[in-house]
Design a protein around this ligand. Structure first.
Ligand code: IPT
Length: 951
């Protein structure tokens, strides 16, 4: 009888070995090309005709007739559980296996790293077992079935849709296939089944070794030894006292505990990721080593005291990011280099924590987090978003809930980086969560458990299933108010905040100012690391797949929901990361880097102070140089400051320097090679203003001698040889993803019809009055000087909540280089500018634009005081009257951007489109979360500002 396990929620697998934390090195790799056929459903008979496929690999990324499908939280079909679609793509993978003759007498285990969503295993036509959970390995004992030196046929059948799919309703692409490595490994029949380590900040170490024998009965006289570094561990006498026979718990299962205290122990933290090697040896009665394993461990303690989560006794801030296993070409098959590059990027941009949203990530990630230093919230593969209410309490699913959580915990328990277990995401809350939490609390009392669904409706009461108050996208006010209410009982660490979709992450600085100054708040995890754009060919004649600086190669694009004909879909909601699909950091990453900086500068009353904002280390890993606006950098010795402390730094003498604004920038780099950055890598560049601008803006030096009358056309618009379009009022921006709720009410601003009211002239001065329906009136006073034009603008707008109030003009071709004084070098906006620096910056116009996956307003720079556009056509300079204006210079009109779905649809204009905004609305994060804060909103009223144009 065949059981259709893919539609049996009460069955999470069969024939599967328990999950463990060991790596067995004696392997026979099975990765490579396998025979493959894709069936319509798991009940279809396997045919005679085979193709080929790469293992590991998503078949959905390998052109076999089934494509990726993106939905956020709705299931791809409307029917509720237990419905499964009749069209249920099922991949049959087959290959011959011939293990070395030398493996005779060994215990042989099949390891399948991950299969999405149900795995069925057969050897030589006989069923061996099955497994669910698309993101954990499954192992099957093949001893006695595979015969060393002889050929067997191994068949792995992977069913795409199952009852498990309802638990894997995460917000990312639905893929299918075998996504992590497959191999066989061999052990002695007498083998270690698991090793668990507990290593406390006191230096106390306990190693629990679990042992079994392939024959089922343990031989008498086996023993276990272990070392930490060079130091041997001893049998734990206290633990041993109540055991009957030495090292023999029963004839069936062995368990030994060894202990040591490491003197002068060096502790593991994300800042100081110090690890020790532990080796465990299992000996036969004659003392020979039957099995052994080696692992890297870290001594540290995680505990909750009051409402603080402490690492080694210190209340740390969690500067975290949510991460999916993602790759733009493979879907989610990752190399060791991919995984390292992800974490290296996080470290370089100041992140100290990662949440493995929303399933156990590739296991190699945790070893990297241990090594590089990142705190991990390890999350189980449970998200029944569409049917949370039903499944969280469904007894048929209890087993799957507990298994998904417990198997993750058993896999990852020895990693010092893992500091919190998460029961999953967005699955309402029910008894199945409490069952899983209960299992974890018994198995691993050393780490807190979190689950957002448990705290969602009640922030005050301690919860069975969550030790952390881990809300998603709360308003800043609400968390500050809670922390100050006197009713906070749990550490508050947001599991998701600051949604990075498109041009986003406004108000990060306000968030961190509040977190750092409010006891009870400890940070959170930005949503999310990746833009999940899949590389898709759009032109059959396109060259090799590729990308650079966030942009897909010509003839290719970053595909999002709907681009594969996937219906229904949730569009570009999957493009919501801090890095582009090729891992190029978006400008928001620089904002985060500066906010997370180990060093902060302040300047007041003539004293420059440096503060060490780290939790555990001094500044000796950093070196620095400073420069004052316009001067060359000078190396400076950083003072010896303990974590949390500060010291004065000698100030340069600026009295001799040229007048005008003077900013001191401390450029801080790694002093030595770090595992995540070579020596000399920029870590941060805090800035303070030493002297304000003394001359009024705009630069009136150019405005002494009156010029000839302003040339205007019949519409009262400026005629200028370097402008292809005269400066006109602009109240609209191409909607960013956060503007979704405004896009329709802003349409009236996009299509403003201008009516000239009148033009009055007075010598070199012209006053042009125009009306824009009942939305706005604009009075533009233009005064011509010798070589310069002064614009005094007065705009009265009658529209709530505007994206911008400013001027837009376009230049002729041949002005391709921008030089500016103001904030930069990267894109910044009024509510995302902490990481930008006031300086003189320069860049080719083509590099100013940010290629967000779905085109939208981008490329802006805040606080521009003046800029020059130059090139073969000449040069043109604009001065602004204030240090809070917003400027963008790109090749695209706002309407061009708004009309395009993908970056490759944009056709760059030959000239430049220049926006000079008196005010520009903040970015906020409203695509999923709070909007920008009130100071960054633009309301109705009268706006006056001035600027000059010199050419
Ligand atoms: C939240 C999800 O946990 C995450 O997976 C992602 O979908 C994110 O939002 C938005 O991109 S859930 C949301 C309903 C708050």
């Amino acid at each position: 009888m065949t059981v259709a396990v893919w539609r049996e929620p009460a069955v999470s697998g069969w024939g599967r070995l328990p999950m463990h934390a060991l790596d067995h090195p004696e392997r026979f790799e099975l990765d490579g090309v396998w025979r493959f056929q894709l069936l319509h459903d798991p009940e279809e008979a396997v045919g005679e005709s085979w193709g080929e496929i790469a293992v590991p690999g998503c078949w959905t990324m390998q052109d076999v007739g089934d494509h990726p499908w993106y939905t956020n939280y709705r299931m791809p079909w409307p029917e509720p559980p237990p419905f499964l679609p009749a069209d249920n793509p099922t991949g049959v993978y087959e290959r011959e296996v011939e293990v070395p003759a030398g493996w005779a007498g060994r215990r042989i285990v099949l390891h399948v790293g991950a299969a999405e969503s149900v795995l069925l295993v057969e050897l030589d036509g006989e069923a061996v077992g099955a497994s669910k959970d698309s993101h954990l390995a499954a192992e099957f004992d093949l001893t006695g079935r595979v015969r060393p030196g002889e050929r067997s046929v191994l068949r792995l059948t992977v069913v795409k849709w199952s009852d498990g799919s309802y638990l894997e309703d995460q917000d990312h692409w639905w893929q299918a296939g075998i996504t992590r490595p497959v191999f066989l490994y061999a052990t002695d029949p007498l083998h270690l089944t698991d090793v668990r380590v507990s290593a406390d900040m006191t230096g106390e170490l306990a190693v629990d070794a679990f042992v079994a024998h392939g024959a089922g009965t343990l031989p008498a006289g086996w023993s276990v030894t272990a070392t930490v570094g060079d130091q041997p561990l001893e049998l734990d006498a206290a633990w041993w006292a109540d055991r009957v026979e030495q090292e023999r718990v029963s004839s069936y299962a062995g368990h030994t505990r060894l202990v040591a205290t490491v003197p002068d122990v060096r502790l593991w933290t994300a800042e100081t990721p110090y690890t020790y090697e532990v080796k465990v040896f299992l000996h036969r009665p004659d003392g020979a080593v039957a099995d052994q394993t080696s692992l890297r461990i870290g001594f540290r303690r995680v505990e909750i005291v009051g409402r603080d989560l402490l690492v080694n006794g210190v209340r740390v801030f969690f500067r975290g990011v949510n991460r999916h296993d993602f790759h733009p070409v493979t879907g989610r098959v990752l190399s060791a280099a991919d995984l390292r590059a992800d974490l290296v990027t996080m470290k370089r941009f100041g992140f100290n924590a990662v949440r493995t949203s929303h399933y156990p990530n590739d296991p190699r990630l945790l070893a990297l987090a241990d090594e590089l230093g990142l705190y991990v919230i390890d999350e189980a593969n449970i998200e029944c978003h569409a049917y949370g209410h039903e499944l969280a309490d469904d007894p048929l699913y209890t087993g799957q809930f507990v298994e998904r959580v417990s198997r993750m915990v058993r896999r990852d328990v020895n990693h010092p980086s893992v500091i919190i277990w998460s029961l999953g995401n967005e699955s309402d809350y029910g008894a199945n969560h409490d069952a899983a939490a209960g299992w974890v609390r018994r198995y691993d009392p050393t780490r807190p458990v979190q689950y957002e669904g448990a705290i969602r409706d009640d922030w005050e009461r301690p919860q069975t299933a969550s030790d952390i108050l881990c809300p998603m996208y709360p308003s800043l006010d609400s968390i500050v108010e809670h922390a100050r209410s006197g009713r906070q009982t749990l550490p508050l660490i947001m599991c998701e905040y600051s949604h990075a979709m498109g041009n986003s992450n406004g108000t990060l600085a306000e968030h961190w100012a509040a977190i750092e100054s409010t006891p009870g708040l400890q940070g959170g995890f930005i949503w999310e690391f990746w833009d999940h754009g899949l590389l898709q060919r759009t032109d059959p004649a396109a060259g090799d797949p590729g990308w650079s600086d966030g942009v897909a190669a010509p003839g290719w694009r970053w595909a999002y929901g709907g681009d594969f004909g996937d219906e229904p879909n949730d569009g570009n909601f999957c493009a919501d990361g801090l890095v582009f699909p090729d891992r190029t950091p978006k400008p928001a990453m620089y904002e985060h880097r500066e906010l997370a900086a180990p060093i902060r500068l302040t300047y007041s009353d003539g004293v420059l102070t440096v503060r060490n904002r780290q939790h555990f280390r001094d500044l000796s890993w950093l070196s620095a140089s400073y420069s004052v606006t316009g001067s060359s950098p000078v190396a400076v010795a950083l003072p010896d400051i303990r974590p949390g402390g500060s010291a004065a730094l000698a100030l340069p003498d600026i009295s001799e320097m040229s007048p005008g604004e003077a900013w001191l920038t401390l450029r801080v780099v790694t002093a030595h090679d770090e595992p995540w950055a070579p020596a000399g890598t920029e870590v941060c560049a805090p800035q303070v203003r030493l002297r304000a601008e003394t001359r009024p803006l705009p630069d009136r030096a150019a405005l002494r001698r009156p010029g000839s009358p302003v040339p205007l056309d019949d519409h009262g618009l400026l005629v200028h040889p370097l402008l292809s379009r005269a400066p006109e009022l602009s109240l609209w921006r191409a909607p960013i993803d956060n503007d979704r709720d405004h896009a329709s009410s802003w349409e009236v601003l996009a299509g403003l019809a201008r009516r000239l009211v009148d033009v009055r002239r007075d010598g070199a001065r012209a006053v042009v009055r125009a009306e824009y329906g009942d939305v706005a009136t604009h009075v533009q006073e233009i005064t011509a000087y010798d070589g310069a034009l002064l614009f005094a603008e007065t705009v009265t707008v009658r529209h709530d909540d505007l994206p911008r109030v400013g001027m837009v003009f376009e230049t002729v071709a041949g002005l391709d280089h921008l030089d500016w004084f103001g904030l930069g070098p990267w894109e910044c906006y009024p509510d995302r500018r902490f990481g930008a620096r006031v300086d003189r910056h320069a860049a080719p116009v083509d590099e100013l634009f940010t290629p967000y996956v779905r085109p939208q307003e981008s490329g802006g720079r805040f606080g521009v005081r003046r800029f020059t556009l130059a090139g073969a056509a000449g040069d043109l300079t604009v001065h602004l009257d204030d240090d809070r204006r917003q400027v963008s210079v790109t090749r695209y009109r706002a309407a061009d951007l708004a009309a395009a779905r993908h970056h490759d649809e944009l056709v760059p204009r030959a000239g430049c489109v220049v926006h000079v905004d008196a005010v520009h609305r903040g970015l906020g994060t409203a695509s999923c979360g709070p909007d920008t804060l009130p100071p960054y909103l633009i309301g109705p009223g009268t706006y006056t500002w001035s600027w000059t144009l010199t050419a």
